[in-house]
Design a protein around this ligand. Sequence first.
Ligand code: KG4
Ligand code: ZN
Length: 342
Amino acid sequence: MRILGIETSCDETAAAVVDGEGHVLSNVVSSQVPLHARFGGVVPELASRNHLLSILPVIRRALGEAGVTLETLTRVAVTRGPGLQGALLVGVQTAKVLAAALGLELVPVHHTEAHITAVFLAGGDLAGASPGFPYVALAVSGGHSSIFCVEAIGRYRRLGTTLDDAAGEAFDKVARLLDLPYPGGVAIQELAVRGDPARFPLPRGLRRKDSLDFSFSGLKTATRSLLEKLGSLDEVTRADLAASFQEAVVDSLVTKTLAAAAAEGVADVVVAGGVAANRRLRERFTEACGEQGLRLHLTAMAYCTDNAAMVAGLGRFLPPLPPAAVDGLEPFASGELGSPLP
Ligand code: KG4
Ligand code: ZN
């Protein structure tokens, strides 16, 4: 089997080729970050237009780097949603045309599902071993902060989610308050290296032990109020603030994920999504899972932020669309994975 993956849900145009064992033959990501940075966030119309301009060159590069031709593909897997509607349309339409013209199987993929199964890419899990089912997965990105119990590929139970901002969104908003560039996660991480995470005790949302949900808006507001109170910031204070904020986010993510693992009685924990690239988060998860005797599977850095290898990788496990359903395939802008627990 040989699968072409296509991802255009937000501000990355991505294509990748993955084989039947999950080996990544190529993984091309064309980021639009420089295009959106001056607006401080993603501008949907600009994103769609740029996907349209980038999609064919990116696919061509992915095929070239993998050393394969279109004719030798078995499947096309494409992110169907959730994401920006206009952005998704570009990837979905491209995949439909390729499938129809070349007679390929077409596999529509849920973006969050692709994130939390990226550890199955060969070499994609730092521990070097795939997680056993059931496992608990934390999906943390610009659009999502949720905890799932993954019972099998295709069987997900959502255990908790954010009641307001996603973790990546909180990073991006606080970065803006600190005059840091978009996207804010990496910028805060770099500033925080020089800071004292204990200097400002910022709130951890929904500390209640019985809740597996997150809330980051209180933290954001507290950071804003603190900034107003402090007035002009020297570099040390700025770094301390970044470190204290990062520690509060990381603390919530680690605490709730481990509580979910304990409640479900699982042995394996997966951490995925753009925010999973955060160094402090990776450190804290490594320590905490070590203490609790849990097997930790950190998504490899190349597959944390949006990419198409995770889409192609999931595409090898899912059934293709029946041919009669291909014409009617359209993106969905929203739609959570898994159902909330009663
Ligand atoms: O998964 P992703 O590429 O796109 C979505 O599906 O949303 O995640 C992007 C998010 C952004 O909010 C970005 O600030 C955050 O991931 N991010 C990070 C880091 N790298 C990316 N947040 C914290 N630390 C990082 N190193
Ligand atoms: Zn994502």
